[in-house]
Design a protein around this ligand. Sequence first.
Ligand code: CA
Length: 218
Amino acid sequence: MRVLLVEDDSMIAQGLETALRQEGYAVDWMRDGRSAAAALGTTGFDLVLLDLGLPERDGLEVLRELRRRGDATPVIILTARDDIRDRVRGLDAGADDYIVKPFDLDEVSARMRSVLRRVAGRGDPCIEHRGIRLDPVTHAVEHQGTAVPLSAHEYAVLEALLQRPGAVLSRAQLEDRLYGWSEPVESNAVEVYVHALRRKLGADAIRTLRGVGYFIPK
Ligand code: CA
């Protein structure tokens, strides 16, 4: 999962960035509205955490422009406790949810999961497919009923592939899901994670389409 975090308060942003990375999200952090709009115009994100009071361009403006383009990327706005008007305006402008500052990091990740679940149209948060069961809330993975311990990166690769069985994801697309822009991409990392996943889930769990990418059969 790749998250765009737009927040000009460094302390809040760094705390969030660290916590989300520990949960296995790839996080890109933008400090102003103009950079955020530029990032949203060029890169696909799974979710946006958007502060409203931003330098250069207001968060609401960034959100409205995104929706005008027909981009339905889920957006959670970050607002001040006393600013009910901001929350209403944010929701009316197309935000999926809001979080009131100061917030608890557990609440942030719970709301992110809830929004992502809603967007995926699933009531049950677990994904089950071909004997693999993945719980995005706990990050627990089972294969044929047996718990399979995965690293955060292995989990991220599996989750990306399981979200759309049959769809081929290229190495670059998988790297996008694993790393933010500021993190160095280790060469062959995707191959290493796929290899580890095959070892743990069966050689057939993930297929290679030579020269194109990887997929999980439908
Ligand atoms: Ca702010």
